[in-house]
Every structure is written in C-alpha cells, then in structure tokens.
Design a protein around this ligand. Sequence first.
Ligand code: FES
Length: 343
Amino acid sequence: MDTQAIATGLMPLSCIAIRQETPTIKTFRLRARSGPVSFVPGQALVLKVPMPDGPLWRSFTISGGGGGDLHLTIKAQAAGGATRWLHDHFREGDVIEARPPRGTFTLALRSNEKLAFVSGGSGATPMMAMLRDLAESEPEADLAWFHAARDPSEMLFTSELTELQRRMPRLSVAVTVTRPAPGWFGYHGRIRRGLLAAAVPDFGRREVFCCGPGGFMQEARLIHAAEGGAKAQFHTESFGTETPVTPVAPEPVETGGPAHLLKVNGRDLHIRPAETVLQASLRQGVVIPCGCGEGMCGTCMVRLVSGDVDARPNGGLTAEEAEQGYILACSSRAVSDVEIALE
Ligand code: FES
C-alpha cells in the first residue's frame, strides 16, 4: 500500500467501487488521480464533503487499502449529515477532495507484546486496518479484540475476521451487542467491567487501542485502569464517528502577555494571549472547519502567510505541509502579529 510520497494540500480521489457491508454501512474504495497514496494503518483521512449548503470537513479512519487505494468504511448517521450524503449521493466514478492521511493512532505507539483492540460501532475501522497489517507482518501477534455493536446486523468484516483467526493463532475476537437477535450466542449489553474481564481476562496487562464514541472510550479507559493497566498503555482515536459540524472552541486561559493582530483572508481580527488561532477566529465570527480540536486530525489546517506562531501539532500535520507553511489553527498560538489564509 505504500508506494509513493503523498501530495500536500487537497487531493482529488475517484470512487472506484462501493460495497454495502451492512444495511447502514458502506465501504468506499477511493483512488487518487495523482497515483498511489501512502498511509499507516490506523490513520485517518479528512474529506471535503460537498454538501448543498457548502462543504463539510469530516475525518474518517482508513479501514484498509491495496495497490495505493484507500478504503473508507462509513456508517450512515443523521439525516442531513455528511455520512448520509455520502451514502445517498456519492457514486462510483464521482470525485471527492481530501487531505492526505494523517494521525498518530498507529501501532508505532506500541510498547507491549500483548495487545487489546476495543472498538464501538464504526470504531472497528482503524482496528481492521491495523489487524490486516499485523496479519502480514506478525501473524503470531497476541491480540484480543473486543467489539461492541448495536445489533448483530451491524457486525463488520465477519468473514474476513473468521479467516484471520485461522491464520493468527493468538487472535481472539469477542463481540457484545446491545440488541441481541434470536440465535445470537455472543455477549450482550453495554461495555462494563465484568463483561470485558470475562472476554479478555488479562485486559489490565494489555496495551489497548480504543476507538468509538466518547463515553464508550472513557468507560474502557476506567476499566483498564481498574484492572491495573497503566495510563500510557491506553491509546484512543475518535474519528470513526462523525465529527462535529460546528466547532466548539474552549475559552482560552489568560496568562498575560501582549495581544496580537490576526488577519484572516484579509479581515482584521485580534488574538488574545494564550488563545489559539481557532479560538480567536471563532470568537470573532470567522468559522474555521474543525474536527478533533487537539491537533490530530488536520481538519483546521490553514496557511500561515506571515508572522510567527507557537505551533504544537499532535500528528495532524505532515512534514510536507509544515514545510509549505501550513499550521493547525486549533493548536497554534500567535507570538507576533499573524496573517493566515483559509483555502
Ligand atoms: S481540529 Fe483536528 S487538528 Fe485541528
């Protein structure tokens, strides 16, 4: 899958195939016009979804690839949202723009031989990407995957998982559903300590990669800690679900120091001490697309035209983008008067 350096900025992706995974989940197979796209399993892609009222930027974890293609496995969520639009209007042959893959939720974080994947709903997608990679590079990997779905019809990748269990002797997979159907013999109910301990008895001794809704991940984190797991052995990712439409910027903590001018696409604003570029822009009515708010997804990438910032990307900016003068508005603070351009 890794054959060529990725481009910076936006890249057009053609949809070359669509597979219906479950009644509400589709996998879109995308191919860049510029050639094969590199990604590390577990990374995410930001799509510019062309909604009727203007584009929405959404992060989706990459579920897999092959030959330089990118697979996005997306669940249709609320009517009027980007995922619903993709399901209803994005067809084979259509083109959509995206930012290059990014993110630090990958097996490069790993420091423990014993792994646990914990996923809720479409949080299974980065796990599947990492599992496929492990199946090739380390089929003896000691991995317990615990997945929570709403009902059995929403189970993803079942036949492939069966095949991978055959090839990976130390892979165990446990599934819980909140709406069991007749004939379901797996676990049922929401994630809780007794359930997780039964499914993965040595959960506290494993390094966890967790992806799903916020409450789900918080519960998993608490259980891991209660089972004796170290904080540094618990990694999270939340891009499998639809990220917020309207960015919510927390109030900055005032720490003194000078305020600076902030020019955004020619409009004069000002930025308070300790405020991020995103916070200052939103406070003054300029909307910058925002996903994670923590420097990880790249959704808020803007071009620094002039001035200096204290930039603290958290995996959301590629080295090429940084070299070309891009910054992440959510994790950059002005240290002089600054001008940025939204592109
Ligand atoms: S919003 Fe995700 S990197 Fe800024």
